[in-house]
Design a protein around this ligand. Structure first.
Ligand SMILES: Cc1cc2nc3c(=O)[nH]c(=O)nc-3n(C[C@H](O)[C@H](O)[C@H](O)COP(=O)(O)O)c2cc1C
Length: 169
């Protein structure tokens, strides 16, 4: 499926709304709730069994998804601010939590994500960090982008989790 043409128009998730999806171990969507369907602009049948990058926005740095996959494949949760692209080309920001679902033997059977309305100020802070990361990814690659993020966190003296969660408070 070709990517939607981006338009500079934002859709906002309502306070108290939860955007939920589940994927298989490869990241293909196996479940999405009504709010996911509404925000993404796709029909349920266009989403199910499709890779989750169907809503990937080009303004998202690769390094963020690299970190996301590293974490969840390691059975660790991750929080992240994510800009998503809806079918009509508009975008929506979310504050996401992603976790692995495991069976009774601890084997990963899929992944689960719940997203809520992000803090407006957090989005201002994160957008400028993501822009810099994307610029670095274009020029020097994902490692340089990850290094930039780690250096920024070092300077602040906080972990990734502490930083991300503090922005939402
Ligand atoms: C449970 C789960 C939820 C995800 N949700 C999103 C999402 O909302 N938006 C997104 O762009 N990627 C999401 N991803 C990450 C995608 O699988 C993918 O790594 C990302 O879109 C980057 O795609 P690309 O590597 O093809 O560029 C999610 C992954 C998992 C496991």
């Amino acid at each position: 499926m070709s990517k939607p043409m981006q338009i500079d128009s934002e859709i906002k998730i309502g306070l108290g709304e939860f955007i939920v999806s589940k994927t298989d171990t490869k990241g293909k969507i196996t479940y999405c709730n009504e709010i996911f369907i509404k925000m993404s602009g796709y029909k349920e049948e266009e989403l199910l069994d499709k890779p989750h990058n169907i809503v990937r926005h080009p303004d998202m740095p690769k390094a963020v998804f690299k970190l996301l996959w590293q974490r969840v494949q390691n059975r660790e949760e991750i929080f992240a601010y994510v800009k998503n692209l809806s079918k009509d080309g508009r975008y929506y920001w979310v504050f996401a939590n992603v976790t692995a679902s495991v069976d009774e033997f601890g084997k990963i059977i899929g992944y689960y994500s719940v997203r809520i309305k992000p803090n407006e100020q957090a989005i201002k802070t994160i957008s400028s960090i993501y822009s810099k990361m994307i610029e670095l990814e274009r020029g020097a690659g994902v490692e340089a982008s990850m290094e930039y993020l780690n250096k920024l966190l070092d300077e602040k003296g906080v972990s990734y989790d502490e930083f991300i969660i503090s922005l939402q408070e």
